[in-house]
Design a protein around this ligand. Sequence first.
Ligand code: SAM
Length: 236
Amino acid sequence: MHFGPRLEAVAALVPPCRTLADVGTDHAYLPVLLLQEGKIEQAIAGDVVPGPCEAARHTVRQFHLEERITVRQGSGLTVVAPGEVETAVMAGMGAETMLQILGEAPEVWQHPAFRHLVLQPMSDSCRLRLWAEDHGWAVVREELVREGKRLYELLLLEPSPGWKYPGSCREVGDDLVRRHHPLLAEFVAEKKKKIQRLLTQMDRSERARASRQYKEYETLWKQLEEIDCGNGRNGK
Ligand code: SAM
């Protein structure tokens, strides 16, 4: 079965471990993929909504993985006991939801047995980089992947008290910049286009032009301009 480039990239970022929690699992495809790859021994597939839990149970039966994947209904990491998993994945949801999930069950990710967070946010990845810095976690690897028309960001975090974000711009993963990721120029160009559109809209109003938001967009635009995407390109 083909799971698609996005989920395959998420799986590639998961470090081998014994037990993984897939938070917001929907069809439980990620745990199936990770078990097929031999990267994990067992998984807890959690989802807050009954429909996705039913879909997950169906997938588990279809792949005869009842002994390896447990489906649990509930919010985020509240379905996991502290010390029960070493890694949690949150994919396909907004950063706001991820932060809410992390805030709901700190006893799970603060447990010494818990080693990795794999995040694939649909928005606001900068807030996750900030969360890492504020909570003693380091962003140790970042990825970009294209599926269809969209580019997706992926982050791997591990505990690292005192870690400071090394880049100047939290909107674009520093690891992507340092490695001159092959999709970086495209990613930066998309972001610049979006910011340019917003600035052009705001330019029509004197009040908008004088706002803090306008200044923030201008600063972000300059930061994006300065990113070296490799081969002399800077996201144009
Ligand atoms: N993780 C899968 C993926 O990446 O393909 C599914 C992503 S799907 C778009 C998001 C899933 O997250 C939905 O099934 C939704 O019910 C679930 N979800 C949203 N908030 C949640 C929460 N607080 N706890 C658990 N699941 C949640």
